[in-house]
Ligand binder design. Structure first.
Ligand SMILES: Cc1cc2nc3c(=O)[nH]c(=O)nc-3n(C[C@H](O)[C@H](O)[C@H](O)COP(=O)(O)O)c2cc1C
Length: 216
């Protein structure tokens, strides 16, 4: 698959098959992501991948925290729609409007999948050292996209989701991660369930002329 095809076909997968991704493939995906450029080649990222027993434990503890009403406390705190620009907020509203009918068409599947961290067989946690500056967060965002494009090219599907990082202490504990590491994002990796309406959904984008100005 060439790079343009990977860019144009990557999409968020919200229900995965019960089939592991082998460690060699996971390692290659992360090695590809290391080609991402970064400020001064600082390469501020670290990646912890939960699979097998550690991931089962994370899924179980996330589910029981949610059931017990434990407050979410993601390291990069949750931002609400009203805290975005009006343009971004409008786009989010549009996305919710197109995605909600998908949830409503089969709510049990959606909530079951989300409540079990999309049943992903692997979750890559993207981690920064304490007090990351804005450039490290910028660099990590780029790393995240390279990782997902590599996954696409290797026929592994992905989802970056806040849901995967909302109880970071559980993740640090299960993965033996030092307490001062910032878990910026989680990316679910696996093989897409093909029978799901959830996975047939594709988000759209604003027209390019709304975000681009070329000046002669
Ligand atoms: C930082 C970030 C957080 C996200 N959190 C969620 C989430 O909590 N739940 C979800 O269903 N999708 C989540 N997504 C996926 C976005 O909804 C998705 O990327 C967007 O709608 C565009 O769709 P696409 O990835 O299929 O192109 C997140 C994506 C990013 C980059």
């Amino acid at each position: 698959m060439d790079v343009l095809e990977a860019i144009q076909t990557r999409h968020s997968t919200r229900a995965f098959e019960d089939r592991p991704v082998d460690k060699e493939t996971l390692t290659k995906i992360v090695a590809d992501a290391q080609h991402t450029p970064s400020w001064g080649n600082s390469q501020p990222w670290k990646v912890y991948i939960a699979t097998g027993k550690s991931l089962d434990n994370i899924k179980q503890r996330f589910a029981s925290n949610a059931e017990d009403g434990v407050a979410e406390n993601a390291d990069l705190y949750k931002v609400h729609r009203g805290d975005f620009s009006s343009f971004a907020s409008q786009n989010m509203g549009h996305w919710v409007g197109t995605f909600r009918p998908v949830i409503e068409s089969d709510p049990d599947s959606y909530w079951d999948s989300r409540g079990n961290l999309y049943r992903a067989p692997a979750i890559a946690y993207l981690v920064l050292d304490a007090d990351p500056n804005s450039w490290s967060i910028y660099d990590l965002g780029a790393f995240s996209e390279t990782l997902m494009l590599s996954a696409t090219g290797r026929e592994v599907q992905s989802l970056a989701s806040y849901e995967l990082v909302k109880y970071p202490d559980v993740i640090r504990d299960e993965l033996g991660m030092p307490k001062n590491k910032v878990i910026a994002m989680g990316i679910a990796l696996g093989y897409e369930k093909s029978d799901k309406k959830l996975n047939a959904y594709r988000s759209d984008r604003v027209s390019t002329d709304q975000i681009l100005k070329i000046v002669d």
